[in-house]
Design a binder for this molecule. Structure first.
Ligand code: SAM
Length: 197
């Protein structure tokens, strides 16, 4: 049974320690994010990646954050208000994924479709992931999955909630995505980048 992040722990996501494990700009650079891009942050939380991404894509680009939690979106909305960024748009979504008939107020498709520390929280990661793929810019878009490594460790989710690297690779392959980058970032996290095959 997967467990959704408790918004009462939201400050943990913005800790200095976390910035050392997951330096957001370095990670976003490794994903190929650049000025003018559309960055779609699925399970955006309080914006650990959304805010640095907004700076990197600049005024010509856009960041769209998707989350089920109104508390997390509210916190991100407050952080957006405190920042200079006017290019961040927030969308509250259903747990199962993006419904087929819904393309919420989007001007374009994702150059980078980003799933950081979320797939271990959803009931059916493959189906959930697949539902968002129609938001990807087909020709040149990149899909990123960053998550806890499958290893017994504190902190982080229980082992049975974590995805094995093989499961992540299978999800990408089942969706006709070719892996162009896969890396063990450190003891805790790995990251996979895919493009349309
Ligand atoms: C551990 S936090 C990670 C937040 C952010 N991606 C980061 O790395 O800092 C996971 C986030 O995913 C959201 N979430 C969990 N299940 C979701 C779902 N089915 N659809 C959208 N968001 C979801 C939670 O509300 C939470 O904000």
């Amino acid at each position: 049974m997967s467990r959704v992040f408790n918004p009462q722990n939201s400050s943990r996501l913005l800790s200095e320690e976390r910035k050392e494990w997951l330096p957001p700009k370095k990670i976003l650079e490794a994903c190929g994010l650049k000025e003018g891009d559309q960055f779609f942050d699925v399970g955006c939380g309080n914006g650990f990646f959304s805010l640095p991404a907004a700076e990197m894509v600049g005024s010509e680009g856009e960041v769209h954050g998707f989350d089920i939690s109104s508390d997390m979106l509210e916190e991100l909305s407050e952080r957006r208000a405190e920042s200079d960024h006017t290019n961040i748009y927030l969308h509250q979504v259903e747990a199962e994924g993006l419904p087929e008939n819904r393309m919420p107020g989007l001007n374009g498709r994702a150059d980078v479709l980003f799933f950081a520390n979320i797939l271990h929280e959803v009931e059916d990661p493959g189906e959930f992931f697949g539902s968002y793929l129609r938001l990807l810019e087909e020709e040149s878009g990149r899909v990123v999955i960053l998550d806890w490594r499958y290893d017994e460790m504190e902190p982080g989710p229980d082992l049975e909630e974590r995805l094995k690297s093989g499961e992540i690779k299978a999800i990408l392959k089942e969706n006709d995505l070719e892996i162009i980058f896969s890396k063990i970032l450190n003891k805790r996290f790995y990251m996979f980048v895919g493009v349309s095959a």
